[in-house]
Design a protein around this ligand. Sequence first.
Ligand SMILES: Cc1cc2nc3c(=O)[nH]c(=O)nc-3n(C[C@H](O)[C@H](O)[C@H](O)COP(=O)(O)O)c2cc1C
Length: 407
Amino acid sequence: MNTLLKVAQPLTLPGGAVIKNRFFKSAMSEAMADRSNSPNHLHIELYRKWAEGGTGIVVTGNVMVDRGALGEPGNVAIEDRRNMEQLQQWAQAGTQFGTHLWMQINHPGKQSPRTMSKQPVAPSAIPMGGSYGRAFKAPRELANAEVKAIVKRFVTTARIAKEAGFTGVQIHGAHGYLVNQFLSPADNRRTDEYGGSRENRMRFLIEIYDGMRGALGADFPIGLKLNSSDFKEGGFTEQDSLAVVEKMAKRGIDLIEISGGNYENPKMSADDDSEVFFLKYAERIRSLVDVPIVVTGGFRSQAGMEEALTADNTTMIGIARPLALVPDIPNRILEGRYDTVNTQRLTTGFPSLDRRLGAMIGLSYYEQQMKRIAQGKPVKLHTNGWDPLLHTLREQGIAAFMPRRSN
Ligand SMILES: Cc1cc2nc3c(=O)[nH]c(=O)nc-3n(C[C@H](O)[C@H](O)[C@H](O)COP(=O)(O)O)c2cc1C
């Protein structure tokens, strides 16, 4: 093993947890749960493979806090202890070889498609905009007591994750979901203590974090995924984002993962392999706080990863799609046998179809590969969009053609 590489260096988080290297597998929704939204043997086998692959921190796909509020078909939802046995097996498989397995915890808010929610909830009754807006029903504004109840749900899910053996949790504060909606002035026009000033817009996130910290203890890793900006007029700006980072660092967050964009203005993934979109923003954070930062999006080459760590632009290397194609990238790099994994755009051969279904085809392709890994089958490396399209149609029916996320 090449222990001289920057990616091979261990890391101690603010709360004291030690991470064996700088590889961070970012959340990818597995879309593998059945209608009961329970984890199953596929989750266990997929995360066994990722743990065997050498990653320091593996984050699960987003786990929902409420079965009645899902972001997409196949989400895992954890509201109570009914799935404790499967969760324990999942945690056990995913923490082998000293791997940290963190559960990403989420509520979609208004970003729950009309096929999944008759009436989604949100900080304010502002419908989704953008070209995908029609796929979502207009939301209802959450009552003050309901906001507090959702905070409790986040804490409950985190408590169950710890009890089951997960070694950390990550609050999903990015990509236009509920925490992001509270933070964004474009989505949050509330007049109670959860809206208005930046301080108030942050309150939902802070209460979730404080609740989790109280329930999980000072040394249990709690991370946050945050947009660098919403890239939209009147939305969550880079200034807002930096203010959240500063506040959360002061409160003792263990790690902040930086991403960007949402449904209405996708910015969190690149179709070409341009290395890393958020490094500039990360640089700004690095001069502000010394909380560990994970930049995710676009890391493909070993040289790109080493450079980012050497320049101290990021503390860990966030990788999503390439790990759904090659689950042991870290071991390959550490053992000196890695070839860059490309994530090329898939195509149906019809540009107009690609334009309309491109994001969905991309998601389906990676979901399909994750399922193949879980089943012990080899991944299919190709750029033909029809294969994932038909796979998803078979698995999820016509509902799959509704936009879910743009990441
Ligand atoms: C199939 C798929 C599912 C994803 N699910 C999630 C998710 O549940 N939570 C999340 O924060 N990001 C999710 N993402 C976004 C990734 O974590 C990551 O931010 C994005 O893919 C960019 O990183 P990459 O260029 O290394 O793929 C998903 C991405 C893909 C491709």
